[in-house]
Ligand binder design. Structure first.
Ligand code: ZN
Length: 326
């Protein structure tokens, strides 16, 4: 079984940092991430550069990422203006931030939930009028779907009312997002089961954070509900500026190891993923990068789910040598 790991570090990760990674370093990092086998990367955000100077080079980054064969290039755009920029830059897919929490929505996008949904309707009309080759996919992961750091509990029925409206407006996939790290596995399994039941093929993936250490447990719960797309960021980079204390996304390296260990094929080579991590570490000296597998290596006898996938073996050999020596 194939699982899509969608790498969000170059957008979700970098935009949460105060400093800016150079365009050159971003391009080397993205190329290395793609080289590891990650088939989809969220490479930037088409937000006004005054609000997010870290993302001011989104056009240049998208143009370079588009030249990587086979890579699905995703970018965030918060409104019509951003969507028009993203389309002009040539993205394959656009993700639009939309929250189930009124206060989080206003804090994050300066729109009420209702205004944000109306904007999505206008965006879908604009997208539908584009010629086929320029028509990007549109996906939304509903923020605060599992709870909000400002409002607390968010009624589940409200999340599904929004999800159904978005699907009816023409959003290609609607997933659920836990940028605050509030989700627990029982809730994740229940909500993704209902999402898939109500939205069918428009049910999207899981965007999970590890703020309270529940990230990978929530992944397993989502797998049990049939989810096959997971966002993650290298080194767990990224939090949420409106969620105080939020530390970051689930770690790509640990997610790939988890999935492969469970016999689920990601197509990702862990050794090459570590090479990408080196570029990230060199480009952001002093930045904390998370991950248990990067610290410990893989277990002795670890095998990828798909034995026919072409992968390097240096990490496996190093881990075995280390354990033999011990
Ligand atoms: Zn995130």
């Amino acid at each position: 079984m194939r699982i899509l790991v969608s790498e969000v570090g170059p957008r979700d990760g970098l935009q949460s940092l105060k400093r800016t990674m150079s365009t050159d370093a971003k391009l080397r990092w993205i190329a290395a991430l793609a080289e590891s086998g990650l088939a989809e990367i969220e490479v930037g955000s088409f937000v006004h550069p005054k609000l997010l100077p870290q993302m001011a080079d989104a056009e240049a980054v998208v143009a370079a990422a588009r030249r990587i064969p086979g890579l699905s290039v995703l970018a965030l755009a918060p409104n019509m203006k951003g969507v028009q920029r993203a389309v002009a830059a040539g993205v394959h897919k656009i993700t639009i931030p939309l929250s189930a929490s009124q206060k989080h929505s206003i804090a994050n996008t300066r729109m009420t939930c209702e205004q944000a949904i109306e904007e999505v309707g206008r965006i879908c009309c604009f997208r539908d009028g584009l010629p086929g080759e320029n028509r990007p996919g549109i996906e939304i992961g509903i923020s605060a779907a599992f709870g909000c750091s400002i409002e607390g509990d968010v009624p589940e029925d409200r999340v599904f009312e929004i999800a159904n409206r978005l699907a009816n407006l023409g959003v290609d996939t609607v997933g659920l997002s836990d940028g605050t790290g509030y989700a627990n596995p029982a809730q994740v399994k229940r909500m993704f089961t209902r999402l898939r039941h109500e939205l069918g093929e428009r049910a999207g993936g899981a965007h999970l954070h590890n703020t309270r250490g529940q990230g990978l447990a929530n992944v397993v719960a989502a797998l049990e509900a049939g989810v096959t797309t997971f966002d993650a960021s290298q080194g767990g980079l990224g939090g949420c500026p409106n969620s105080p204390g939020a530390t970051g996304n689930i770690v790509t390296e640990d997610l790939v190891y988890l999935l492969e260990s469970m016999g689920l094929d990601t197509g990702v080579d862990l050794d090459k993923l570590m090479q990408a991590r080196s570029i990230l570490a060199e480009s952001l000296p002093g930045e904390i990068l998370y991950g248990h597998v990067p610290d410990s290596g893989v277990r002795k006898g670890f095998r990828y789910a798909n034995p026919n996938g072409v992968r390097s073996t240096a990490l496996l050999i190093a881990a075995e040598a280390c354990e033999t020596a011990a």
